[in-house]
Design a protein around this ligand. Structure first.
Ligand SMILES: [Zn+2]
Length: 263
């Protein structure tokens, strides 16, 4: 889990310096290792051990910062007694997103599946000018992040003429860029490794049944983890413990405790 908090900032934003582009930006070297990104993109079907992973990841991430959660409908939640509007940001369309963030609500949760481009980081950084604080919350298992914008102070007053932006002409704090890059690289490396393990496990039927067992247990674990239901009262009998090749750890199928044994 990682949570990065950006407190309110007061830097100047000059819309006349924005540089536009015809399409969505390509991943930036400063934000993701390009070699791993290419490898990751070449995986035809990334192995996912989670079903309904979008909803689960949302639940996981809001669970890190909010206590009381009430879902009003698909886009409105009451979290710790404050109303939040949920906005999807999947296609880099900054103009639409900005319009959404200026509506009648004052708290927002932006869903981003990845932060691989520099303009995206610039934009998130810019948001800290208009909100009391902005939190970037990452899932532990998926390439899934929430940008939680708390209490808008003023309307987003910069002008975006077109959807795709190449550069907002904002210098982002280097530590933040490094943090996001580390997070991106870790996720890509894990996904690439996991894909290799899955491929090598699919060579015999008995290994496929192991994979099924792992998938089933990890699913169960993730759901229990999110719902804070991992039981701690268990004797962990030897026949309920198995080694997960995917997670490189031992899992007790009964209480779902993960144990990493270091050599
Ligand atoms: Zn156990």
């Amino acid at each position: 889990m990682s949570i990065i908090t950006l407190e309110n900032k007061q830097f100047s934003i000059d819309s006349s310096n924005f540089i536009y582009s015809k399409c969505s930006s390509r991943p930036s070297k400063s934000v993701v290792n390009p070699e791993n990104y290419t490898k990751y993109k070449s995986i035809k079907e990334t192995f996912s051990f989670l079903d309904g992973s979008q909803d689960l990841s949302f639940k996981e991430c809001i669970g890190y910062i909010f206590g009381a959660k009430i879902k009003i409908d698909k886009t409105v939640y009451i979290l710790d007694n404050e109303t939040y509007k949920v906005v999807n940001f999947t296609d880099n369309k900054f103009k639409i997103l900005t319009k959404n963030l200026n509506d009648k609500h004052s708290n927002y949760i932006i869903i981003v599946n990845d932060i691989y481009t520099y303009p995206k980081i610039q934009y998130i950084y810019m948001l800290s000018n208009f909100f009391t604080n902005v939190k970037i919350v990452s899932s532990q298992l998926m390439s899934y992040k929430l940008i939680v914008c708390h209490k808008r102070i003023t309307n987003l007053d910069f002008e975006i003429k077109d959807n795709y932006i190449k550069d907002f002409d904002i210098k982002v704090d280097e530590l933040l860029v490094k943090y996001i890059k580390d997070d991106n690289d870790t996720f890509l490396e894990n996904t690439i490794n996991m894909n290799q393990v899955v491929n090598s496990m699919c060579k015999s039927l008995s290994q496929i049944s192991n994979l099924n067992r792992e998938t089933y247990t990890i699913n169960k674990y993730y759901k229990a983890f999110i719902n804070k239901e991992c039981s701690t009262y268990c004797n962990c009998k030897i026949n309920s413990i198995f080694y997960s090749n995917l997670f490189e750890c031992y899992i007790c199928e009964n209480c779902l405790i993960l144990t990493r044994v270091f050599p």
